[in-house]
Design a protein around this ligand. Sequence first.
Ligand SMILES: [Zn+2]
Length: 450
Amino acid sequence: MSFSIKQTWIECIGCGFQAELLQERKFKCPKCGNLFDIKHNLDLLEMYPAGWTQKFDARARRTDLGKTDNPLFHSGVWRFKEWIMPYLPTNDIVTLGEGNVPITKAGKNLLEWIGGDIDLHIIQEGMTPTGSFKDFGGTVMMSLAKTMGIKTVCCASTGDTSAMAAAYAAKAGIECVVILPKGLVTPAQIAQPLVHGALVIMLPGDFDDCMRVQLELTTNHGVFPANSINPSRIEGHQATVFLLAQHFGWELPDWIAAPVGNGSNVSSIGKGLRLIQEQLPNIGSSNILGCQSRAANPLARSWNLANNGRWDEGVDRRNFWLEKYVDIECGTTTATAARIGAPVSRDKVMREIALSRGAMTVAQEEDLNQAVFVCGRDGLFVCPQTGIALAGVKNAVKNGWIKAGDRVAVVSTANGLKFTESASENPDRRMIDSSDCSVESVLDLISAYS
Ligand SMILES: [Zn+2]
């Protein structure tokens, strides 16, 4: 066993129960049923005399990558290994070169559509090996599985998790089983696990049915989960915050906005914020904006019932929120990857929104689709879940939570190429049938329509 409980352990977010990370094969607290956090004793690490930021900057600036296999130089997640999984043997790291994603300024069309005078940036987590943000956590989850000698990983998925699990399992030489809701994922999202050799099991239900089966397999049949109930996923996904801070010269943006499905984005962002504020006390703070679609909004709906606006000083809104919370039956939405009525990471989302003094908001279906088309006009093809976050930012600007001059980072969670069907429904699309194959006909059409 490579970690001792003095270095890295798991701890229940409800009652504080602690256990060995590598030995505890349960993913819910045996005492109270709540979720686990992974904790590291960073005080045991050898400190770098020049400080963490210079170390991480030096890794990011390496120019001789063709001469080294060291994942600390190749991966934008493992660049921050000391903050993510410090005691994992570097030899066990399973990487596909994830994490080195573009962070770009919002284009003119998007800025006009959102309104307000804000400094808007998009971290394009769809530009990863499997086309979604899941790779940030997946590399850590699969590296841990390798250290633990796991033979098979399993996940329920709306699409992106299964692609990630299958790709990283293939790289690690570990078997992968994915459980998908038949008819509710896109052809691209079925193709990915099939290409990577996973066993794909189609359930005649929705995502919540898949998750129920997955949880039962994990709880009572010893199956190692690739879902975000596995706390190692959250560790890697904290890199979102570290990459953003590094991008802005080690400053935090005023707001970080992300869509909320199962809740792993907000859980990771919140945990990463707390860690970076502890390590770099002068770095400032970010509010987290959690965004859900009208069709799948259990957290935003209960937030609105509990909170008339933002946090009031000295009022325990988190408990009001929990009292108002109920799981919901989802409606229909093009944002299928966040169509979740019973989010697994619910309690972590509530903790992180509360601690960051953030907020939740609901994106109308029309707005989230429009956001995708508007980004397209700026040259960026984002997924409908990113549309939820962008529509959420528009709401937050409109109601005054996000103020003029605020720096805002939006997490774009997946590549639009995974969602070509909904994207091709753009009402402004321009597609014309030519009557024949002649140059003259094409010239006529160009002059008539362009
Ligand atoms: Zn507990």
